[in-house]
Design a protein around this ligand. Structure first.
Ligand code: NAG
Ligand code: NAG
Length: 874
């Protein structure tokens, strides 16, 4: 028996147990998890590569006219191609002035994290220009920027090779990228062209800003002063006659240390005078006295509000706010509230007056940490704003619903609207309306979520949700809302929630992918259904992500069916993108039930036949590990042993010597009777899938002794004793003692070359290992396809005994398996991605426009207040 074989066995065993030791299955586990490298190797994501000296990517603004997405970061505005972020980028360097930076530093602020020009506003100005603002080193500045930039050149920005494991291991893009080539793409904004951004952008980059430009006027939720104490909803006068408008200054009844999250224009009727602007934020609750808590708010103003004439001059006279509730009823009758609003996504529907509001909340109490997504209807929002006002007589009094006479027109009504056609301006409102408004800015009722509870929850996990985008997808069995959720660990989750009987729902976490190499919170996302792309920003970068990776679900019809991704269907050969436009009978898809037995009849038989037999050796009295892991966390694994070639079999269960782990089967102190064919199969939703057939040969120790004397050749797979120790130090299981001893002995037999060290290091990351394993489940198929190297064949060709093979220095089966993986990855690198994802929206062509019923053309082609957006401003 070759030492190499043992080394491999040891390492696999160690890593298997290592993975198990750190597998802490979270409450909601994705059916498919892709690490950054795995995602990269699918070819379905792209990162904006040039390594600019910047950070804090945050603002994403889509421009459908020019096929661009504008990105705001520290000192930079990027104009990137929607199709490929690296195609012909326009990079605008817009630092704060030298004087501002100096003053900022002198006032005690941090040079890097505070004294940059953190871009917070990018809005469409006119057909040719954008309007942009930044914090300007604690001295907010705004400017106009040409939309398309310079003449479009056909040139492609040189892209360093960073696709796939191999190259990403070899060279960091930072080194590979030639900075001098980048220089031509950077456009410097003339200093002095800008003007003050006071009231449009906060001074402190850590304080939130939200804004929208409507009819040439910028509406912003910002902190207006240097100290960051004067929060306001502010309107800067624009080209029209409107005056500067704001919320009452230093009045905590209006705004109480708010964190602005989102702003969106929502129509009330066909009458434009009724148009209202909705602000979403969280703030301190001023009513809970000594221990102020945070609450989420939805507030609104009329676009045509010009303030009062007696009082509230230049202040909103239609400002009203209400609490946005997102809570889970507790068993004891006490609700658990999620109050920290993080992100809002307004999903358009065919009825422009009634978009659907999706909101992400978090909670970080001492006991409980978690996130929730709640959904609100505009009908419920309007009901609360049309309901009773909240009233408080004095500081000592309880808040109560206002029961007195309400003046006419009802406070909060827009002038010139459906109910007030005769009033041209809020300045025409009677004094009692204005003074009522001044004392009553809050509604008594709270806006409750649809079905009175969250759509989904994340509790007991080590991350929180930060962002959301929603897409309506038409599948074979219905229309689904697909949620994309960004997390604070840099991943994006793809989720659908299915209705079940009795208002129950079933959440399917279809996929989670690591979008960024460095785990950093996702700060904003934009979705393009047309391009089937999601644009994702974080502190460290910006990336684009295809909305589906059907090929990653597996190679069998059942894999595709069990994935239950509305984007994907089995086309008879592969799991590929489903498009309602290309409805075909042969397409198999079952999102609702994911029942492969019904959907894949006659489609699966070949997948089990493809499972070839691999050979594994064990030495009598030693331990061995048979590796087999389910692809999905929802599958259960069973092992059967066929002791001889007959169909006679028994199920293998854990006993004194045999230990079943999530990663495979550990057989301790092998006996000759352990030999035979081990079959590992997974069952998910009644669908049984054979994952692995391993024929275990048990060698007696005398034969092994002879072999060891003979084997002078270097072992191909041999981590050094030092690396081995390092690995062991991470492990502390008692069961490891035996294995340690066993492996240690073999390393001391002779130190081979360091061939496997890199692999070992790579795989020490447990999660990598785990998902690596998932792929490995497919490797027997692959080997089979590759043909020549199948151990099965070797075995059956049979002229040579395993022993003899070894003497001739043949590769051990373990080694072969590793080669199998390597070649699998290599093929990925060589562009298997395109072969593997034939129905992918190719990078070279646009996918057909496919949008569900929930879409309507935005009234301005540059995404503006009506566009699809979701971002956090924290
Ligand atoms: C990055 O930018 C800062 C100013 O924003 C500058 O001081 C620093 O030298 C830059 N670093 C590099 C590596 O260019
Ligand atoms: C758009 O606005 C910019 C800045 O005010 C101005 O220079 C430009 O001429 C305008 N373009 C059009 C088409 O109105």
């Amino acid at each position: 028996m070759a030492p190499s074989g043992h080394y491999a066995a040891c390492a696999i065993l160690l890593l298997g147990i290592l993975a198990r030791a750190s597998t802490n299955e979270p409450q909601a586990s994705p059916r498919v998890y892709l690490t950054f490298q795995e995602l990269d190797s699918t070819g379905t994501s792209r990162h904006f590569l040039p390594w600019l000296n910047t950070s804090d990517f945050r603002i994403l603004r889509m421009d459908k006219d020019y096929d661009r997405v504008y990105v705001g970061a520290r000192d930079y505005i990027l104009s990137l191609h929607l199709h490929d972020l690296n195609r012909d980028p326009l990079i605008i360097h817009w630092p704060a002035t030298q004087q501002s930076r100096t003053e900022c530093v002198l006032s005690g602020k941090d040079f890097y994290s505070e004294c940059g020009n953190f871009i917070r506003v990018i809005e469409p100005w006119n057909r040719t220009h954008l309007y942009a603002c930044g914090t300007g080193a604690y001295n907010p500045i705004c400017t106009h920027i040409s939309r398309a930039g310079r003449q479009q050149s056909a040139q492609q920005l040189p892209v360093p090779q960073m696709r796939g494991r191999r190259s990403s291991r070899a060279a960091k893009p930072r080194e590979a990228f030639d900075q001098s080539q980048l220089q031509e793409y950077i456009l410097h904004l003339e200093p002095g062209q800008g003007h003050s951004g006071k009231g449009k952008c906060s001074y402190d980059p850590k304080l939130s800003s939200v804004s929208t430009l409507i009819n040439g006027e910028l509406y912003a939720g910002v902190y207006v002063d240097f100290m960051g104490t004067d929060a306001a909803i502010f309107r800067t006068p624009g080209t029209h006659t409107h005056t500067t408008m704001r919320t009452d200054q230093y009045n905590s009844r209006w705004l109480n240390e708010p964190t602005f999250v989102h702003v969106h224009l929502i129509r009330d009727s066909a009458e434009r005078n009724d148009d209202k602007l909705y602000f979403f934020f969280r703030e301190k609750d001023s009513d809970t006295g000594h221990s102020p808590t945070t609450q989420a708010r939805i507030a609104r103003i009329c676009l045509n509000d010009d303030g009062g004439h007696c009082c509230l001059v230049n202040k909103w006279s239609t400002f009203l706010k209400a609490r946005l509730l997102c809570s889970v009823p507790g068993a004891d009758g006490i609700d658990t509230h999620f109050d920290e609003l993080q992100a809002v996504y307004i999903q358009p529907t065919q009825d422009t007056k009634n978009p659907v509001i999706y909101a992400v909340f978090t909670m970080s109490g001492s006991v409980f940490k978690g996130s929730a997504v709640c959904v609100y209807s505009m009908m419920d929002v309007r009901m609360v704003f049309n309901g009773p006002f909240a009233h408080k007589d004095g500081p000592g009094h309880q808040r109560a619903p206002y029961t007195g006479k309400i003046p006419y027109p009802r406070p909060g009504t827009c002038p010139g609207g459906t109910f007030t056609p005769s009033m041209r301006s809020t300045k025409d409102y009677p004094d009692d309306v204005i003074s009522f408004m001044r004392g009553h800015t809050s509604m008594w009722g709270s806006v409750r979520p649809v079905h009175q509870r969250p759509l989904l929850l994340r509790t007991g996990v080590d991350y929180q949700l930060t962002t959301i985008a929603v897409e309506t997808v038409a599948a074979a069995d219905g229309t689904y809302q697909v949620l994309y959720l960004g997390t604070d660990k840099g991943t994006v989750q793809k989720v659908i929630v299915l209705p079940r009987d009795d208002l129950q729902t079933e959440e399917l976490l279809l996929e989670e992918v690591e979008v960024f190499r460095v785990p950093a919170p996702v700060t904003s996302m934009r979705i393009s259904s047309k391009r089937q792309q999601l644009y994702v920003a974080s502190a460290v970068g910006v990336a684009q992500l295809a909305l589906q990776r059907c090929g990653a679900y597996g190679e069998a019809c059942a894999d595709c069916c069990l994935a239950r991704d509305p984007h994907c269907a089995w086309d008879g050969h592969t799991c590929s993108r489903y498009s309602a436009a290309h409805k075909r009978r042969s397409r198999r898809q079952d999102v609702k039930y994911g029942n492969p037995i019904r959907q894949c009849r006659g489609q699966n038989s070949h997948s089990n036949r493809k499972t070839v037999e691999v050979l594994q050796y064990g030495v009598e009295g030693s331990n061995t590990f048979l590796e087999c892991q389910a692809r999905s966390p929802h599958a259960s694994i069973r092992w059967h042993l066929h002791p001889d070639s007959s169909d006679r079999r028994r199920e293998v269960r854990s006993d004194g010597r045999v230990l079943r782990t999530d990663e495979g089967l550990l057989l301790r102190s092998l006996q000759p009777s352990d030999a035979g064919l081990y079959v590992c199969s997974s069952t998910e939703k009644g669908f049984k899938h054979m994952l692995l057939r391993v024929r275990l040969l048990v060698l007696n120790s005398q034969a092994l002794g002879a072999a060891l004397v003979d084997s002078g050749r270097p072992a191909p797979w041999s981590p050094s004793a030092g690396q081995y120790k390092e690995l062991l130090s991470i492990l502390s299981q008692p069961e490891m003692g035996l294995i340690n001893q066993y492996c240690q002995d073999y390393w001391q037999e002779g130190e081979g070359p360091r061939g496997g060290a890199k692999e070992l290091r790579e795989q020490k990351k447990p999660r990598n290992r785990r998902h690596h394993e998932e792929e490995e489940g497919e490797s027997p198929h692959r080997q089979h396809h590759q043909g020549e190297e199948s151990p099965h064949r070797q075995h059956h060709q049979g002229e040579e005994s395993p022993h003899r093979q070894h003497h001739q220095g043949e590769e051990s089966p373990h080694r072969q398996r590793h080669q199998g993986e390597e070649s699998h990855h290599r093929r990925h690198l060589q562009g298997e991605g395109s072969h593997h994802y034939p129905h992918q929206p190719g990078w070279g062509s646009d996918p057909p426009h496919q949008r569900g019923r929930g879409s309507h053309p935005p009234h301005h082609s540059l995404e503006s207040h009506d566009g699809q957006q979701a971002e956090t401003e924290t």
